[in-house]
Design a protein around this ligand. Structure first.
Ligand SMILES: *[C@@H]1O[C@H](CO)[C@@H](O)[C@H](O)[C@H]1NC(C)=O
Ligand SMILES: *[C@@H]1O[C@H](CO)[C@@H](O)[C@H](O)[C@H]1NC(C)=O
Ligand SMILES: *[C@@H]1O[C@H](CO)[C@@H](O)[C@H](O)[C@H]1NC(C)=O
Ligand SMILES: *[C@@H]1O[C@H](CO)[C@@H](O)[C@H](O)[C@H]1NC(C)=O
Ligand SMILES: *[C@@H]1O[C@H](CO)[C@@H](O)[C@H](O)[C@H]1NC(C)=O
Ligand SMILES: *[C@@H]1O[C@H](CO)[C@@H](O)[C@H](O)[C@H]1NC(C)=O
Length: 897
């Protein structure tokens, strides 16, 4: 719903009248009688149910502080009416908020996540007859909210199946700095994903895992620790209810606790417990039922993912430890010589003068020659990105610092600017909650870009990382409940800005800590947009709910190990759920020395990360892809396919930006009814139907792949790799230079020719790969624009969207295009030159075939049939020499003879 998302900005929110009925309270399964709260009053207004709660009994856990005596609860179903036409969507979102009835509390600011505030309802005194339980439910909603009165608890269930999705225990704790709430889950039927940021051994959450959310500069090579970002969101996909004979299997929903305070979340398989050290209990439930619906509904609330420039889908090279400009030039030349695509050259903090932001090292990275270097990159269609850290060096001779002081933009503690220590030594940190800080940042970015016109910015260390360990100043610095910071319950002040630091408007770092990376990304995005007028590229290490509106993310400091290679898939898939689809891990591993084999396998996987960058740490062996011949071969092959797939990948960016759909997806997103997909995390999908099955172990020459039901064709040789009704496991050959990538029957992929830069690849003709499903149909789409206008598919922009569909007929197939929107294509000579049909059926291997374009026999196209075997054969046909304008609807028919 951010102002940057036009569709959401256009949306209005409306409420429907809801029925309120009484139900008999059902006791919580196995709950011991605990104090908690009881409902003393209930009111209904429009689509909102409001209730007053009062502490029952003497309260609990006195060591964590006194209980709040009176709470207020609101539950609302939210309907979105999208003009024009005012189509009333099914209510897909339920909002349940519990807070102190008598005192305002910290909540995630409206300008971080713009949202409808619950209405204030004056609740009368106790409503005489004690209410037992009430239901909030609307005919157009699949979510039903039930309030149970004494003791207080609530449930959320799915109307269509009766499945209980969320079921709180009566033992609610609500103290000033400790909130605890537990929900029951049907163990064995609920598969949960999300709750980041953590490096996990599996994508699906494991029973007894704990998830601590407190942004910290902890290396991603650490498993199960709180890392750089906080995303208290999970997606839950349910297998069939017992006795329901498959009814509801594969229905997914999402749950967000919109809270920026530190927290521990414990997942016990049959329950989930939130232990939060501040804020309010602000839950959003997203009805699904398809996994894609859940992320659509979620990103409608938190904001759609920012469009990324076309070039950012090229390959990126970085290293911490590039010595000087000659080093950078050598790397660019090395890629060119090896004929491996290189789109973007990066530099870590090495380029700065004494690690000061917006400066250049006058000896090793001097301004004049650096400018010429960047100009050369640009002439060659390449880009340049540098790092920035938030800390501004305290140095009276440093212009950025002086201007920051003049504009008074820094974080304060105990009445003065808070002094931290990072790479440049002592620093002050801009307070991005202060509107002056965003302005200051934009000025500095603009000034710097006059010296060096960098194409994007990489913001690091923004958890905030601090090299000193600040002693406590007041009680905020060491609250009564210690979250499991760093896995050993380290104080929340450890290696960051202390919680007693104060932001603009009196906001406490204690509350806003997890927002810093979000706020810096927003300021950096705004700074680039203002200065360039083009689509910004920002890469942020720290993120929060909604960061995808402004930034891409990399998984942070991983290590060059086979485990890190494997776990990168889990983090990538999690960020897809978090609305940050542009994500990848450091290819070949950041820390430690990589090996030739690991690096080779890593580029085979990393070529299919949405964000594909090789990066490494200072003092470790270099790992540019051309350094080993075997790695170079892998890179040419895997990146060659990535570059062919760029039109498809960019179309996925459009889908992500308009619907929140992750670019890299778990298999169950396309096959939610196939429970075998729920645990798959060694393979993933790009979009709906491109399956990547990488090698993740040393010494392997095969890979065991799971293929969900349907047909699967290799994207390298178009052979049929698997075909089954319900899913099958196949051991695939995976020689040293090969990654397995398959397309599912039913999909049409738009492709182009590979090249060493995306701009070159964009000049080639389009191909369509039409992979026919078992039912003889296939569909796909192609989105095109200039790749750098700020808006993607905006009302003022020039863009083209074409949908393709195909239907097999006896002896052939017909593919049709439908131009949905076309303000980009007409002025350009964009043509489809080749169409490959996979999965054509023929009673016998065909001798030849004829091609018809819009009903006219096309004489100048050539074609060949391949791979037809036996009677009733399934094979491929390639039609070349076509010149079908992308902007004009066409019908292409092949007839086999
Ligand atoms: C989870 O913890 C419970 C209680 O400590 C224990 O009984 C159970 O074995 C654990 N389960 C797993 C899978 O570790
Ligand atoms: C301030 O910056 C200048 C220029 O980089 C440097 O020479 C000087 O040592 C710095 N002073 C401090 C106190 O860091
Ligand atoms: C806080 O400020 C007061 C007054 O300036 C000072 O005496 C005190 O030492 C400061 N405390 C810390 C921890 O910096
Ligand atoms: C804290 O985190 C560590 C590391 O993940 C984990 O081993 C430990 O069980 C956690 N402690 C609690 C009490 O959750
Ligand atoms: C803070 O973290 C560092 C490691 O980053 C650790 O060595 C230190 O002991 C921690 N301090 C406290 C008070 O836990
Ligand atoms: C055949 O070539 C002509 C001239 O290049 C072109 O206009 C026409 O579209 C081509 N036919 C097909 C089927 O591509």
């Amino acid at each position: 719903m951010g102002p940057s998302t036009p569709a959401a900005a256009r949306a209005r929110v409306a409420f429907l009248l809801l029925a309120v009925v009484f139900l008999l309270a059902v006791p919580w399964p196995g709950a011991a009688a605990q104090a908690g709260y009881r409902v003393v009053s209930v009111a209904r207004a429009g689509g909102q149910l409001s209730a007053g709660l009062e502490l029952a009994g003497d309260g609990e856990k006195a060591e964590l502080g006194p209980d709040v005596q009176r709470l207020s609860l609101t539950a609302r179903q939210i309907f979105t009416v999208l003009p024009p036409g005012g189509r009333l969507e099914t209510s897909s979102r339920l909002h349940v908020r519990i807070t102190d009835a008598d005192h305002p509390r910290w909540e995630v600011p409206q300008d971080v996540i713009p949202r409808e505030a619950p209405r204030n309802v004056v609740l009368g005194a106790s409503t005489g007859a004690s209410p037992r339980s009430r239901v909030l439910s609307a005919a157009t909603s699949d979510l039903t909210f039930t309030l149970h009165a004494s003791p207080f608890r609530f449930t959320v269930s799915r109307r269509s199946t009766g499945d209980v999705l969320f079921d709180t225990a009566p033992s609610l704790d609500f103290k000033d700095r400790y909130l605890e709430l537990t929900t029951a889950l049907p163990a064995g039927r609920a598969s949960l994903y999300g709750l980041g940021e953590h490096t996990k051994r599996t994508f699906r959450l494991q029973r007894n895992d704990t998830f601590t959310l407190w942004n910290a500069d902890i290396a991603a090579s650490n498993v199960d620790l709180n890392l750089y970002g906080s995303h208290p969101f999970y997606l839950d996909v349910r297998s069939a209810a017992p006795g329901a004979a498959g009814a509801g299997a594969g229905a997914a929903h999402g749950v967000l606790l919109l809270n920026s305070n530190g927290m521990d979340i414990e997942y016990g398989g049959s329950y989930l417990t939130y232990k939060v050290i501040g804020g309010v209990l602000d839950f959003y439930f997203f009805a699904g039922p398809a996994p894609l619906d859940v992320v659509d509904q979620y990103t409608q609330l938190i904001g759609r993912p920012a469009p990324m420039p076309y070039w950012s889908f090229g390959f990126h090279q970085c290293r911490y430890g590039y010595k000087n400009l000659a080093d950078l030039e050598g790397v660019v030349a090395g890629y060119a010589k090896a004929r491996i695509p290189l789109e973007v050259m990066w530099t870590d903090i090495d380029y700065m003068d004494a690690f000061k932001d917006f400066t250049l090292d006058p000896v090793n990275f001097p301004a004049g020659p650096m400018r010429q270097f960047v100009d050369r990159l640009h002439r060659n269609g390449q880009k340049y990105v540098v790092i920035l850290d938030p800390g501004i060096s305290v140095n009276e001779t440093y212009g950025t610092f002086v201007r920051g002081m003049q504009q008074d933009v820094f974080l304060k503690r105990n009445g003065t600017n808070y002094l931290g220590k990072v790479w440049p030594g002592y620093v002050y940190f801009p307070d991005f909650l202060n509107p002056r800080a965003a302005k200051f940042w934009a000025q500095e970015v603009a000034l710097f870009r006059r010296t060096l016109p960098v194409d994007g910015l990489w913001i690091d260390m923004n958890e905030i990382s601090n090299f000193v360990d600040p002693p406590p100043l007041n009680a905020l610095d060491d609250p009564p409940y210690r979250i499991n910071n760093s896995g050993v319950r380290r104080p929340i002040n450890n290696k960051t800005v202390p919680a007693s630091t104060v932001h603009y408007g009196g906001v406490r770092e204690y509350d806003a800590h997890n927002l810093y990376g979000f706020l810096e990304a927003r300021a950096t995005h705004g700074a680039l947009l203002a200065d360039t007028g083009r689509r910004p590229f920002v890469l942020s290490r720290s993120t929060f709910v909604g960061s995808g509106r402004y930034t891409a993310h990399w998984t942070g400091d991983n290590a060059a190990t086979w485990d890190d290679l494997r776990y990168s898939i889990n983090t990538m898939l999690s960020f897809g759920l978090f609305g940050i689809p542009m994500v990848g891990a450091d290819i070949c591993g950041f820390g430690g020395d990589t090996t030739e084999e690991l690096c080779s396998r890593w580029i085979q996987l990393g070529a299919f990360y949405p964000f594909s960058r090789d990066h490494s740490a200072i003092g470790t062996v270099r790992r540019e892809l051309y350094l080993w011949e075997s790695v170079a071969r892998s890179a040419r092959k895997a990146l060659g396919l990535r570059y062919r797939l760029l039109p498809y990948i960019y179309t996925l960016m459009h889908e992500a930006h308009t619907t929140g759909a992750p670019m890299a997806r778990p298999l169950f997103f396309s096959y939610p009814k196939d429970v075998n997909t729920y645990g798959v995390d060694r393979q993933f999908l790009l979009g709906r139907g491109v399956l990547v099955s990488p090698v993740l172990e040393p010494g392997a020459t095969t890979v065991d792949a799971y293929f969900p039901g349907g047909r699967w064709f290799s994207l390298f040789d178009y052979s049929l790799a698997a075909a089954s009704a319900t899913g099958t496991r196949v051991t695939l050959p995976a020689p040293a230079d090969t990654v397995n990538v398959h397309v599912a029957g039913g999909n049409i992929l738009p492709l182009q020719r590979p090249a060493l830069t995306t701009s070159r690849a964009r000049q080639t003709v389009f191909h369509l790969v039409v992979a026919l499903g078992e039912d003889g149909s296939a569909a796909g789409e192609l989105f095109l624009d200039d790749g750098e206008s700020p808006e993607m598919a905006g009302p003022r922009g020039q863009w083209t969207l074409v949908r393709f569909s195909c239907k097999a007929e006896p002896g052939g197939a017909t593919v049709r295009s439908h131009v949905v929107h076309d303000s980009y294509g007409p002025s350009r000579k964009l043509v489809v030159g080749k169409v490959v049909f996979l999965g054509l059926r023929s009673p016998a291997p065909p001798r030849g075939f004829a091609v018809y374009v819009n009903g006219v026999k096309a004489g100048n196209s050539t074609g060949r049939a391949q791979g037809f075997r036996g009677s009733g054969a399934v094979g491929a046909a390639q039609v070349e020499g076509l010149s079908l304008a992308v902007s004009k609807e066409f019908e292409l028919k092949v007839v086999m003879s």
